[in-house]
Write a protein that binds this ligand. Structure first.
Ligand SMILES: O=P(O)(O)OC[C@H]1O[C@H](O[C@H]2O[C@H](CO)[C@@H](O)[C@H](O)[C@H]2O)[C@H](O)[C@@H](O)[C@@H]1O
Length: 274
């Protein structure tokens, strides 16, 4: 299966809701009562940068997600395409639940061990992607425990050949292809954000809550669907596009403001977390 951010079509996802191009409204202010909050990282909590290591993490971000998680009685998770190690190298050792590598890595809570939700990526796949990169001027290959990303941001001419290479590897090794923002990834089956959200929602402290998922990329669509199927909602971050999300926030800055406002309102009202 291929999911695509700027590829020919995102049809691999059950894109609906805003598929008619209808403008999505802003979400109402965040209410913590009965909410489980799921946050994508790149493009949602931090702005997209030219290189994965160059993202600017606001000094407030780690504290913000940890305070929100405590106010939600731990019903908050960051669900990212990055590996958990890469995420924590940017954010610091964060005391919240995490899913990394598009859901291949699952950590149910801060300080708890990470569980694999997929099998490791065969080493030959990374080797083939590295060889591809060398043949095409040196694309950035980002190996992760259950997936590998190849960034073509600085070599846009290699995009179509890269997609073809990824599809060939997927057919040979039984992988899935994800096409995100200037990046093509191959992932082990089971590594998707929808499965990660569904898994979190089975944990006892998440079970009765309504999931809200914030994300910017096509690779977040699986999670928007699962959130909606479980009685919650998706919030698209960034420009309008066909999506299964129900609401939209304009930018990373708007996400931070929405989260801060929800946290402060809960503290002011003494809102009980459940
Ligand atoms: O699921 P996310 O948390 O949104 O992670 C998706 C991918 O993010 C990173 O790549 C993207 O962000 C980079 C930094 O802004 C940017 O240079 C790149 O073009 C984007 O695709 C990360 O490197 C990937 O591993 C994640 O899968």
């Amino acid at each position: 299966m291929t999911s695509s951010s700027d590829g020919p079509s995102p049809a691999a996802h059950r894109v609906s809701g805003d598929s008619a191009g209808r403008a999505l409204e802003m979400p109402s202010p965040l209410s913590l009562a009965g909410t489980a909050l799921f946050l994508d990282f790149d493009g949602t909590l931090v702005e997209i940068a030219e290189h994965p290591d160059d993202v600017r993490v606001s000094p407030r971000l780690r504290g913000l997600v940890e305070e929100l998680s405590r106010a939600l009685d731990d019903r908050l998770a960051i669900v990212t395409g990055r590996s958990i190690a890469a995420l924590e190298s940017l954010l610091g050792p964060v005391e919240v639940a995490l899913a990394g590598s598009h859901g291949g890595e699952f950590r149910p809570g801060g300080g708890q061990p990470t569980e694999p939700l997929a099998s490791p990526l065969p080493g030959a796949v990374v080797g083939a992607l590295q060889a591809f990169s060398e043949r095409h001027g040196g694309l950035l290959v980002e190996p992760k425990p259950f997936s590998a990303a190849v960034h073509y941001r600085h070599h846009p001419e290699a995009r179509d050949a890269l997609l073809l290479q990824a599809q060939e590897l997927a057919a040979t090794f039984d992988l899935e292809v994800k096409h995100g923002k200037q990046v093509v990834e191959v992932t082990m089956p089971g590594s998707d954000k929808g499965s990660a959200v569904a898994r979190f929602m089975q944990l006892p402290h998440f079970r009765e809550a309504r999931p809200t998922f914030l994300g910017d990329d096509v690779t977040d669509e699986d999670a928007f669907h699962v959130a909606r199927d479980l009685g919650g909602r998706g919030i698209l971050v960034g420009a309008p596009r066909p999506t299964a999300a129900s609401f939209r926030l304009d930018s990373v800055t708007a996400v931070h403001a929405w989260l801060e406002t929800g946290l402060h309102a809960a503290a002011f009202k003494g809102e009980p977390p459940r």
